[in-house]
Design a protein around this ligand. Structure first.
Ligand SMILES: [Zn+2]
Ligand SMILES: [Zn+2]
Length: 254
């Protein structure tokens, strides 16, 4: 299974870091994980045409994590060279279906087709959920501490390679639970110090989660500009696990 960072940034404009976007690839299946603005272009950079995606998994519904959903659904309708006839599946927290209905109310036929349908599988915001994704990847989720239907995501390949992804979250026991002994934890580390709204993680928060879960490797993403990346990495590294700041294009395979 290959996990690629498409966008390691935030909603703050940055010439080198796109909004949150990630790609899981296994046995020929291409699964988008989140997808803020610019994701379609960044997919092309790593050789994937969004019209060939086998599905999308969303950590939550904030714009910096899902803004390219409309362009993707629009793109699925165009291009004679790639006429889509199979459904487009989406996995996301409870409420995503009505979110999609709202997009249909705005964009109508531009993002719908009579040749394929967008199928949403909603995952619990109150407890654990699991499902099997294309490529034989197992998805496990637990609720995150964030708004807009947020979940922590764990992807397990058929051979057992395990990647845990935190979209946005405040300090939360569930992330440590899900990341226990994972091969890779990709986590947000948005703020430099304790978030007064408890909806994002600081380096100290991430260090505590890593100390408890002991994943084999940690990648920090989603750092706001006031969060010094060198200090953040040094802080998390005190938990005794290899840690680095992610960048757009970074891929981990296992
Ligand atoms: Zn975010
Ligand atoms: Zn968010």
């Amino acid at each position: 299974m290959k996990f690629t960072i498409l966008g390691s940034g935030t909603l703050v404009p940055d010439a080198d870091r796109g909004s949150a976007g990630f790609l899981v690839q296994e046995r020929g299946a291409n699964l988008l994980v989140d997808g803020g603005s610019g994701t379609i272009m960044r997919l092309k950079h790593v050789g994937v045409d969004a019209r060939e995606l086998d599905g999308g998994v969303y950590s939550h519904r904030h714009v910096d994590h899902c803004a390219d959903l409309v362009p993707i659904l629009f793109a699925l309708k165009v291009g004679v060279e790639l006429p889509r006839t199979r459904d487009y599946p989406i996995w996301a927290g409870d409420g995503f279906h009505s979110f999609l209905e709202g997009l249909y109310a705005t964009y109508g036929a531009w993002i719908r087709s009579d040749k394929w349908a967008t199928r949403v599988t909603e995952l619990s915001l109150h407890g654990p959920s699991s499902d099997l994704l294309p490529g034989g990847v197992r998805l496990d989720t637990l609720p995150a501490n964030h708004s807009a239907g947020a979940l922590h995501l764990r992807f397990i390949s058929p051979t057992g390679f395990t990647v845990v992804f935190s979209g946005d979250t405040g300090p939360n026991e569930n992330l440590a639970k899900l990341a226990e002994k994972a091969d890779l934890l990709v986590t947000e580390c948005a703020v430099p110090g304790k978030d007064p709204w408890d909806s994002h993680l600081s380096p100290s928060d991430v260090a505590a989660i890593v100390d408890q879960a002991k994943p084999r490797r940690v990648i920090l993403t989603h750092l706001y500009p006031d969060n010094d990346p060198v200090a953040a990495v040094a802080c998390v590294a005190r938990a005794g696990v290899p840690v680095e700041r992610g960048y757009d294009g970074l891929a981990v395979e296992g």
